[in-house]
Design a protein around this ligand. Structure first.
Ligand code: UDP
Length: 327
């Protein structure tokens, strides 16, 4: 069992991955500056409140804890915000990553799993998307992740630094048994917004119903956060066993339209979703679905929670528990 550092472990995917790493018997430390993360999603004794730009403290922590590998989530993730403040995204997502890599090199840690994104493909020419499709991000968020992938490629060549970049499709769902779920502020993601509409009675806006899809709404590949977390564990164990650097898509290979997600929410909650149709959101491609066969064949990963009703059920449990906690 290994000693693993999770950056951004107080965030949505980071907190789930921390939980599953511990379940698998690994020893985990979390670094988070809590600028967007939530303290309550991390056990106090493993949390180090630290910014990635603080290279010296990071290197000291890596050495002191004898960390063997890092799973790196800490980043800004809001596409819209990235178009308003691109410099902030490059400083945090690229600058923070470079500082982390310098600290790792100083501490002699040379294995990293990187949280990348399907936004690397921009508007893809072909769906399902394979890893060899053109890299053509259409927003600074996607570009910031591509830049880090590129840096990792050079570090592999000249620093024997081994990394796996995981390009996620739409992370969703929750692990309510662990008290974990999605808590973004502001929330921009579809499933929590639909659940909030059910809870508050205020309608969710469906961004466009004139896309070239069966019901006119966008198609996305929704991947349960627990399945996604398990992909990180397979990836880090692969590196710890001497595996080579690589890049993988993480999705289910199944597309759901926005309206199909709304239908699943109505079925699971037994309540009508108040919704209105609005204009298209800028930069939304009609369809994004992963071809994840490479991940399945290389790392033996399988999504086991791909059913939309399972995803919604878990997200709903967390949303209901969270509302109760806030009352
Ligand atoms: N979406 C929507 N209304 C919302 C939020 C999202 O119709 O309030 C749609 C969005 O256009 C996209 C899908 O839901 O087709 C997923 O969007 P989300 O922001 O959750 O993830 P993204 O695909 O941008 O990573």
């Amino acid at each position: 069992m290994a000693k693993i550092l999770v950056t951004g472990g107080a965030g949505y995917i980071g907190s789930h991955t921390r939980y599953f790493l511990e379940q698998r018997g690994h020893s985990v430390m979390v670094v988070d500056n809590l600028s967007r993360g939530h303290r309550e999603l991390v056990p106090d004794k493993i949390l180090h409140v630290l910014d990635l730009h603080d290279k010296q403290r990071l290197a000291a922590l890596l050495k002191q804890e004898r960390i063997e590998a890092v799973i790196h989530f800490a980043a800004y993730i809001a596409v819209g915000e990235s178009t308003q403040h691109p410099e902030m995204y490059f400083a945090n997502n690229v600058g923070g990553s470079v500082s982390l890599f310098e600290a790792m090199i100083e501490a002699g840690v040379d294995k990293l799993v990187f949280s990348s994104t399907a936004a690397a493909y921009g508007t893809p020419k072909k769906v399902p998307i394979t890893e060899d499709q053109d890299i053509a991000p259409i927003n600074p968020y996607g570009e910031s992740k591509v830049m880090v992938e590129t840096i990792l490629d050079w570090l592999d060549r000249y620093r024997q630094f081994r990394s796996i970049s995981l390009r996620y499709f739409n992370a969703c769902g929750a692990e309510p048994a662990a008290g974990l779920g999605e808590l973004h502020d502001p929330e921009t993601h579809l499933i929590p917004l639909i659940l909030r509409a059910v809870q508050t009675g205020k309608p969710v806006t469906i961004f466009g119903d004139d896309y070239p899809t069966p019901d006119g709404t966008c198609i996305r590949d929704y991947i349960h956060v627990s399945d996604l977390s398990e992909a990180h564990i397979n990836a880090v164990e692969h590196l710890l066993n001497g595996g080579a650097s690589d890049i993988f898509n993480v999705g289910t290979g199944i597309g759901h339209t926005v309206k199909q997600v709304v239908d699943a929410v109505e079925k699971v909650t037994g309540k009508k979703v108040p919704s209105t149709i609005g204009p298209r959101r800028e930069g939304d491609p009609p369809s994004l679905v992963a071809d994840s066969r490479k991940l399945q064949t290389t790392l033996g990963w399988r999504p086991t929670r791909a059913d939309m009703e399972v995803i919604v059920r878990d997200a709903w449990h967390f949303a209901e528990a969270h509302v109760l906690k806030q009352k």
